[in-house]
Design a protein around this ligand. Structure first.
Ligand SMILES: [Zn+2]
Length: 244
């Protein structure tokens, strides 16, 4: 890929899925809801499902936006009338402000994914809070007034961040399944993974990627193929739950 895409490559290799799902904090006291999330009260409970059960899935896209693949992804979602969640990486928000505005204008939901996509496992609550506030402020600088109801820790490595996010009014957002789209961009492989894993996990939050660290055309193509096929089987696409 281009050098532009390789600059951030080292930061984006996800951990094993098992480790990702182990960091859920218990549902403790809710946050104030008055912070940068502006999405109402949130809790420190890491959400990994849609609010509705049955044949429902929530599509979430991490590490973007990027000028190579996010425009086509937005077209695909619009053509299929599907709303998704975009977990935005501050550094690339700064590089692609118009795309952030397009995501918001299209009615999708924003999620804070930190400023530099670092592993928060050992960060103090104060350091996490400063990063999350700066990231939300940057997103609002380019998309004034946009709600940011979710937060997702890079690599699913939550550390203290779930409670901090809740205190800032952002629901920690985990996931049920991934399609491991960092391993391959073969559209046939990714389409099969996306369809089979959604079918096997009703109510799933699905983790996909549209970040600029590598080619994402296979991910976008898989979404374009899977949505109409799953719809024909009765599946619907909704937002993840919020526990507030
Ligand atoms: Zn990420």
């Amino acid at each position: 890929m281009t050098s532009r895409r390789t600059r951030l490559r080292l930061l984006a290799v996800p951990l094993a899925v098992g480790a990702l799902l182990s960091g859920a904090a218990p549902a403790l006291a809710g946050g104030t809801g008055a912070g940068p999330g502006q999405g109402g009260p949130a809790t420190a409970d890491v959400v990994t499902t849609t609010r509705l059960g049955g044949q429902v899935a929530a599509l979430t896209f991490d590490d973007g936006p990027n000028p190579h693949d996010t425009p086509r992804l937005l077209e695909v979602l619009a053509e299929n009338d599907v709303k998704a969640v975009f977990c935005l990486w501050g550094d690339v928000v700064r590089q692609n402000p118009d795309l952030v505005r397009q995501i918001v204008a299209a009615g999708h939901t924003l999620c804070n994914h930190t400023m530099h996509h670092e592993d928060l496992a050992t960060w103090t609550p104060e350091a996490v809070r400063a990063d999350l506030e700066a990231t939300s402020a940057l997103i609002r600088e380019v998309a004034p007034g946009a709600p940011i109801p979710y937060f997702r820790a890079p690599y699913g490595s939550w550390g203290q961040s779930a409670q901090v996010a809740a205190d800032l009014g952002m629901q920690p957002l985990g996931w049920t399944v991934t399609i491991e789209d960092w391993e391959t961009q073969d559209a046939d492989v990714l389409t099969e993974r996306l369809e089979s894993r959604i079918r096997a996990n009703p109510g799933a939050v699905v983790l996909l990627h549209d970040g600029p660290v590598m080619d994402r055309s296979g991910t976008v193509e898989a979404v374009a193929r899977a949505i109409p096929e799953l719809r024909a089987e009765g599946w619907r696409f909704h937002k993840p739950d919020r526990r507030g």
